[in-house]
Design a protein around this ligand. Sequence first.
Ligand SMILES: Nc1ncnc2c1ncn2[C@@H]1O[C@H](COP(=O)(O)OP(=O)(O)OP(=O)(O)O)[C@@H](O)[C@H]1O
Length: 330
Amino acid sequence: DRSGSHTTKQVCKSWLIVEAIEPVSTSLLLGTGAAVLGKKLYHYFYETCDENWLNFNATGLKHDLSTKLYGQHVAAQVVLKAVTGFMNNENPKKPLVLSLHGWTGTGKNFVSQLIAENIYQKGMTSNFVHLFTATAHFPHEAHVDKYKTQLQEWVRGNVSICPRSMFIFDEMDKMHPGLIDSIKPYLDFYDNLNGVSYRKAIFIFLSNAGGEKIVEVALDFWKDGREREEIQLKDLETALSLSVFNNKNSGFWHTSLIDKNLVDYFVPFLPLEYKHVIQCGLAEMVSKGHAPDKEVVEAMARDLNYFPKEERVFSMQGCKVIPARLDFYV
Ligand SMILES: Nc1ncnc2c1ncn2[C@@H]1O[C@H](COP(=O)(O)OP(=O)(O)OP(=O)(O)O)[C@@H](O)[C@H]1O
């Protein structure tokens, strides 16, 4: 198109004139352009502690908890309420502290992952999400003093880089009480500690403590022929507090975390049943790129262990072994 090329030529010509007349402002313009582009690329590739990488998606969390998490109506409700309330509060008075309890393989790590995915664009791989496992990170009792210093430094350093940091402590019941005590100040209502404010951080503690008591409640409901969905938080709270507060061997509870009300929510996880194992199996098949096949998943689910031995109501390992087991059946 002639008029088009004419226009292009004209633009080039005027550009050359501008360049000839005002070389300084043109270079400035180009320089600024490069800086803006550089900044954009930086934010694109390098994870920063701002809305480019960090945005709470309340609808996403609600959707994930109701479609991806099976058999945990109580936990889903408490987690959604706790996280949404905290994230929507511009000026929280203390960090959010959640303590997740329940039988193995019932979704405690999985829920932490769902929370992370709906806050950080990179989910669990975000530089602002930190996962500690007691037996892996703090294995030797003799080194507790060294661990204390390292842990405090790690928490302090990371919160000063990003106030919206998340710390997950797995196997809380195997963690040395002194170590838990060392992070206690960060969970409290302080405005700031040595110039760092911890009020926007999230701490999640995971443990099996209280798991057996929760199972008892779920089993009683089952024996009475009542629906699992009828179980409410208040039915589990007593069971949880009995085992959690009175168990002198479970590490966590020696500390004043509870006395000082530093934990905002205790979240109970119910033991999973055969039908939930099936749901986990089907989801796992899809995530492995297979078409969901109920027969395959049922064959796998039948071969798992259930308890109590007679009634075979709850899966011994929850949904934990499914990814590995399924490979034998596909
Ligand atoms: N309730 C659930 N709904 C959906 N998937 C689940 C559920 N529970 C477990 N899973 C699946 O099983 C895997 C293992 O579960 P997860 O690690 O969350 O268990 P856990 O409760 O943390 O166990 P543990 O106490 O042994 O650490 C999860 O990654 C998830 O894929």
